[in-house]
Write a protein that binds this ligand. Sequence first.
Ligand SMILES: CCCCC/C=C\C/C=C\C/C=C\CC/C=C/C(=O)SCCNC(=O)CCNC(=O)[C@H](O)C(C)(C)COP(=O)(O)OP(=O)(O)OC[C@H]1O[C@@H](n2cnc3c(N)ncnc32)[C@H](O)[C@@H]1OP(=O)(O)O
Ligand SMILES: Cc1cc2nc3c(=O)[nH]c(=O)nc-3n(C[C@H](O)[C@H](O)[C@H](O)COP(=O)(O)OP(=O)(O)OC[C@H]3O[C@@H](n4cnc5c(N)ncnc54)[C@H](O)[C@@H]3O)c2cc1C
Length: 669
Amino acid sequence: MAAVDGGEVDHLAGERATAHFDVDAMKVAWAGSRHAVEVNDRMARLVASDPVFRKDTRTMLSRKELFKDTLKKAAHAWKRIVELRLTEEEANLLRLYVDQPGYVDLHWGMFVPAIKGQGTEEQQKKWVPMAYKFQIIGCYAQTELGHGSNVQGLETTATFDPNTDEFVVHSPTLTSSKWWPGGLGKASTHAVVYARLITQGKDYGIHGFIVQLRSLDDHSPLPGITLGDIGGKFGSGAYNSMDNGVLRFDHVRIPRDQMLMRLSQVTREGKYVHSDVPKQLLYGTMVYVRQTIVADASKALSRAVCIAVRYSAIRKQFGSQAGGPETQVLNYKTQQSRLFPLLASAYAYRFVGEWLKWLYTDVMQKLEAKDYSTLPEAHACTAGLKSVTTSATADAIEECRKLCGGHGYLNSSGLPELFAVYVPACTYEGDNVVLLLQVARFLMKTVSQLASGKQPVGTTAYMGNIQYLMQCKSAVNTAGDWLNPAAIKEVFEARALRMAVNCAQNISKAPSQEEGFSELSPDLLESAVAHVQLIIVTKFFEKLQQDIIGHGVKEQLQNLCNIYALFLLHKHLGDFLSTGCITPKQGALANEQLGRLYAQVRPNAVALVDAFDYTDHYLSSVLGRYDGDVYPALYAEAWKDPLNETVIPDGYQEHLRPLLKQQLKFSRL
Ligand SMILES: CCCCC/C=C\C/C=C\C/C=C\CC/C=C/C(=O)SCCNC(=O)CCNC(=O)[C@H](O)C(C)(C)COP(=O)(O)OP(=O)(O)OC[C@H]1O[C@@H](n2cnc3c(N)ncnc32)[C@H](O)[C@@H]1OP(=O)(O)O
Ligand SMILES: Cc1cc2nc3c(=O)[nH]c(=O)nc-3n(C[C@H](O)[C@H](O)[C@H](O)COP(=O)(O)OP(=O)(O)OC[C@H]3O[C@@H](n4cnc5c(N)ncnc54)[C@H](O)[C@@H]3O)c2cc1C
């Protein structure tokens, strides 16, 4: 039981008793190993039991108070990490469970990886130990006021001066101001800055540079540097704990050896030398972070679903006859058909995230061995999965809020803040539409190479089966036939391939490839989504092939996998019908099967969210409490609001009383 701060009575005990599987074994399947369950649990409890990490009044703090609270939590987390000699794995989890975005996320998540990925060994030796000891704090300064998506359009310049062996970093225009980097506004002492490298009069495009921003003595900005926070953001609490910043350079000089030189170098004389590696490795930090964002999607989605499932089991409406009990809203078929696909998606994203981590590690090993062949696929997979999982998760959190009715709209439900903190994931680390267009570009390239006989590999291997997939017809005859993984995989592959081939054919009719791509871009987005959904479905099926232990665990995962796939089929029925992959009758059978699967999930629903093993502290929701004791908690929470500090509100004398008196006068007219 994970709820360290839950009450004595378990109002959900009845729900837990109906589960048909071993919840502890499911925790292992979810976390990836028994070790992962143990370390997650230990770090979550450590955070939950520490009063410094309280967050129940976070949404009521002013921006300044919230920021200071974030600094305090980050410093305290670091103190605990050092005192307890936590491993890197433990420290990362501790920060995750602190659950308050802050400069440390960018320091560990982007600054350090950028230096490790793009710095030479010598540069890593110099900078990484300082970063590891927090002697410096770093951020990732790429985006500018004028350009974010178009990285090649960035305007900041770094001009080499051979007289002094320095780069001169400069912001030539207002739009070249760095804008958005997290941690930049108030906390960072250093940044990895992306700027156009100019040497010997030639512009060599975007490169990374380590730039010191603030004094290590008194934290004041160094000469020539203008720094600040860019202002309040969407929602209460939420991402406002982060100091997203603005940065301008006025001819700031840095030593030549602060250019990140693993991929290309500038010599003492100012000669530009590019190593024999693809230029796109410059984007490596983004690929790394996109991969972690997919894992985060399952975390955020499972959190929202956990709240909505538990509350739906407690909440009762209608159905009372002659004083009998009312119906739990979780028993309504509409509630199930909205909620259970989200539950299934949380599991699907968890497993595809696990696979993506493996893919990323594999590609990195190949890159070390100078094999760059898998780079395009790694880019397409990270970009596509980041895009599809974050968009669906943001929508799902909002759906969970609605599934909790009016109380879901209260900050104390945890859902508004979760949404506000999560929704920028659709934009940062690459706008989701821009990233899907990258996937589409990769797909169009793969389709065009089919004609030349090149066999696609990896996640596009199915395209090699083009003769069959372009004309096959689904053999599904009964609702039960949709439980056959081969039947599902076949229609997902046929849909993805046919959509891609249709796009490629239509592009080829345009005056130019570029015009065709632009004109067809809305269709290309849908084609990219179909391909990415196929990856997620396939990886879920592959997970089921693995050794899954524990009573009933595999059966539950099979149900969830089928729900995920058939829900997508139902939602995108238009794609499957218009490409001729299935008939309307087969579509109806899929929907019939979905209803049956929902009925099988119903008695297991609460246990399936218990398997996420979240503490009440992490959930931070009165509706999602482990013990289900929702109403007293809701009632108590209301009284914590600053508005309830006085019975008569501030402003009564100036603004309410005169109004009430004036109304009296009018009523005499
Ligand atoms: C309640 C509390 C909850 C707690 C919450 C917890 C945590 C929250 C805390 C933190 C959140 C974490 C992170 C937030 C921080 C965010 C950071 C950022 O946003 S950093 C900035 C990110 N910026 C972007 O992503 C920019 C997007 N743009 C691009 O990536 C490129 O410009 C784009 C669109 C790919 C285009 O590239 P470009 O070179 O201009 O052009 P082409 O399209 O022509 O591409 C040329 C070829 O290169 C290939 N390519 C492109 N990218 C890559 C890549 N990354 N890797 C490999 N290859 C790549 C592309 O396919 C082309 O290949 P071909 O020529 O077609 O073969
Ligand atoms: C909370 C948050 C944290 C961030 N943290 C950082 C950070 O730490 N460091 C950093 O460097 N940056 C950071 N960013 C910036 C982020 O990476 C960019 O905002 C993101 O890459 C999107 O770029 P943009 O803002 O230029 O959007 P734009 O590209 O201007 O997007 C505007 C619209 O145009 C559309 N669009 C753009 N190009 C195309 C196209 N080619 N085809 C079709 N449609 C297109 C988009 O889909 C979107 O609808 C952060 C952003 C946010 C919101």
